[in-house]
Design a protein around this ligand. Sequence first.
Ligand code: NAD
Length: 340
Amino acid sequence: MVMLIDTPALAGLLARVGVETFLAELADRTEQDFALWESFEKSARLATHSRVGVLELMPTSNDEWFSFKLVNGHPGNPAQGLLTVTAIGMLAEVATGYPRLISEMTVLTALRTAATSAMAARCLASPGARTMALIGSGAQSEFQALAFKAALGIRRIRYFDTDAHAMRKFARNLADSKLELIACGSVAEAVSGADIITTATAVKGTQEVLKDGDVGSGVHINAIGGDCPGKTEIDARLLARARIFVEYLPQTRIEGDIQSLGPNAEATELWQVIAGRAPGRTSAAELTLFDSVGFALEDYSALRYVYDKARALGIGREVPMVPDPRDPKDLFGYVRGLGS
Ligand code: NAD
């Protein structure tokens, strides 16, 4: 049997665990897996680009589990009433090769992206950070805000989006969050006085959402929206000024904001900081930047976390996705007599 976590089941799981607890626990789980980075098979994701978006396959594995996610990114989708990012994921047991979990990953991707952002910021932001600027109030935004509250102690969000409707939605969704929400009229106004800046915009093209002149020293930038070839959101002069951290350098060089710095752009892989092999923030004045594109190991951590939690809480359905014949060599027995 294969456990199926569809969107109602994931909602049920979130209701039982609590969104903030889920985000904080997932950040811890992801950090534990990043510490074991060298024990995972890694590759840049397989991407199929079209004029309007991208479809990506993201696999990874260790000795115990193989996971993959199928995810898309279509910035024009909201204009048609569709999500920019949707996904499904799967977990299979290495010992037998049997699939064990099929899960919705649209909401789960937002949760794991936010948990990863918070995990990175724990290593890279100033320890006393309390105010975050959030540029882009779309589908990912509330998850980002709550992960930074739960895992870092962020208390105040200064937010801006070019779409006023998205800003109203953001404020409505977080009205009960106990976060202080400050609506701003521009990127420059939002980032003023912020300890952390998260950029989560979606435009298929090269943007300079965050300009060099708007950002002072000591800030940590969590850049999640530049995640495809030709799709960036950070001013190259700002990148050149920052100490840059990435998930998996071979993938980020192709997809991240650092593509603006050329094919040999240098950055520190985050796992090295988590494993104690490289320093995180080294001074209060340092400008740090996490060039997040999303890596398969984060999906692995999220799927493993959901699988364990769902089993412990009795959530999800077991579905017969694999035949279970009495004689494993008699697969034809399943179709014999069904007509020719
Ligand atoms: P979305 O389309 O729901 O929201 C994006 C928002 O950005 C929109 O509300 C839009 O109005 C706003 N925006 C666009 N240009 C802007 C600008 N110049 N200034 C201010 N706001 C602007 O998309 P989403 O699902 O929230 O995703 C946001 C981005 O994050 C996308 O680019 C997506 O590909 C990326 N993403 C990255 C990861 C990762 O792991 N790094 C994971 C998921 C999504």
